[in-house]
Structures are given as C-alpha cells and as structure tokens.
Design a protein around this ligand. Structure first.
Ligand code: SAM
Length: 245
C-alpha cells in the first residue's frame, strides 16, 4: 500500500538534489555550478546548492525493478537526467545502493550521476512529480501483467493513465513498452492507439531508435525472458501536439 509514500504537493516542491547531487553542487565562492565530472562525494570545497530544483528529469523508467535499464541508459544519454520509479522498498534500496556504488567506482568520470531511483507508485500522482510536457521518454518494461479481468484497474496502462502520461510527456516524446505477455501487449497497444494524443511508431521508426533494442536486453526481466527463450512484444507511441481548438 502507499500509505507511507511521500509525494510532493506539486513538481516545484520536489527537491531532486538528494537524487542527483552532482547537478546541485557549486564550488564554494564560484558562481558557476561545478562540472558533473567532479565527484560530489569528495570534499573539494563543493557545497550543495539547489541551482534549479525542478524539471531536471527528462527520462522515466516506470517500475524499474533492479535498475538494469537505468544503468545502461545513463552513460548513453549523458545529457539526460533519468529516474526509475519503483514501488517496492527493498528493490528501491537495492537500486539506490547499486547507483551509489557505480558513482564511486567511476569517481572523477561523472558517470552515473544522471541516474537515480525513487520509491513511488507510478500509477498515482505522476503530475505531482513532473510538470506538463517535462518528459522526453517514458519506459514500461515488462510491467506486471495482472492477468485477471477484474484486476484490469491494476494495470499500469489504461485510458486514464494514458492521459496522465500524455500530460507529463512533451509533444514528440516517446512511450516505450515491452512485455512477454501477449495479452498485456495488446492491452497496452489498444489503450495508446485509441488515445488522441498518441500515435504508434512504425516498424521503420522502431528499427532506428536505439532505445528499442536497449530495453529488450538491458532489464533484468528482459534477460530472464531471453534465458527462457520467451517472445518479447514491443510497441512505442509518440506524444502528438495538443489539438488546436
Ligand atoms: N522493468 C523491470 C525489468 O524489466 O526488469 C522490472 C519488471 S517487474 C516484472 C515489474 C516491476 O514494477 C516490479 O519491480 C514492481 O515492483 C514494479 N511496480 C509494479 N507496480 C508499480 C507501480 N504502481 N509503481 C511503481 N512500480 C511498480
């Protein structure tokens, strides 16, 4: 249950500095932020100053699990700030530790400063975390299927949620979905296809987008499906511009 979950009242109340400390460090006395290749864990006169508290995240991995996608995307999208959202406390703690260790291991290289994880129920309050049009990419990798018809409300994608995802995505932004459960694949495709603010990417567009290949192999669940020689179903959708009235 989410009783113990904390949510910001609005995106501008969300302090991202504990999640991405390198982006908020400023060398004492200097007006400029320090380069993110400087390790904020090292005391070199850096002090944490919130330069820009809001709106820094532009890629989100919904239900990130053990963080395989975050770790893969971080160095590849070094100009992005990437957030995993995960509902399980122990898994969130594990990913936090994993990222912390990677930052230390790559000390001085600035790697993995742009990935982080937060414990959150991504089916609720997304607009509390993100402003309208803030996100460029959202990933839904191997979401829990919730097979039974009566559990459809528990599915991470529905018409209502698609509208919420459209709200936080910028026009041109992409929703990536992958699953090994064909019925869930159909369900997700149906709900985005039927939404006026999304259009499906063509097979050619999928082939050109490196994230499509990455999400199939980088996540722990994707690797498991591969080991079991299971099938993977991919569907991606572009956020269309708001209709003109
Ligand atoms: N994406 C990862 C992967 O591909 O390896 C994890 C897939 S796992 C099958 C689904 C994950 O979604 C679980 O870690 C689960 O705790 C998380 N999850 C389920 N519902 C969620 C929600 N409402 N908000 C955030 N995470 C959720």
């Amino acid at each position: 249950s989410d009783h113990q979950l904390d949510y910001p009242v609005s995106p501008d109340q969300m302090d991202w500095s504990p999640y991405y400390p390198a982006y908020f460090a400023r060398t004492r006395g200097l007006p400029e932020p320090i380069d993110i290749t400087t390790d904020p864990n090292e005391d070199m006169g850096a002090e944490a100053v919130a330069l820009k508290k809001t709106g820094i995240v532009d890629i989100v991995d919904i239900g990130c699990g053990f963080g395989g996608l975050l770790v893969e995307l971080g160095p590849k999208f070094s100009n992005s700030v990437i957030l995993g959202m995960e509902i399980r406390t122990s898994v969130t703690n594990y990913v936090t530790e994993r990222i912390h260790a990677l930052r230390i291991q790559h000390k001085g290289q600035g790697l993995y400063q742009n990935i982080s994880v937060i414990r959150a129920n991504a089916m609720k309050f997304l607009p509390n975390f993100f402003q309208k049009g803030q996100l460029a990419k959202m990933f839904f990798c191997f979401p829990d299927p919730h097979f039974k018809a009566r559990k459809h409300k528990a599915r991470i994608i529905s018409s209502t949620l698609a509208s919420e995802y459209a709200y936080v995505l910028k026009p041109g932004g992409i929703v990536y979905t992958i699953t090994d459960v064909e019925d869930l694949h159909m369900w997700m495709a149906e709900h985005f296809n039927g939404h006026e603010l999304f259009e499906r990417l063509t097979p050619e567009e999928l082939a050109e987008d490196e994230c499509v290949a990455i999400m199939a192999t980088a996540t722990e669940e994707g690797k498991k499906v591969e080991r079991n020689k299971g099938e993977k179903f991919t569907a991606c959708f572009r956020r269309l511009p708001d209709p003109e009235w």
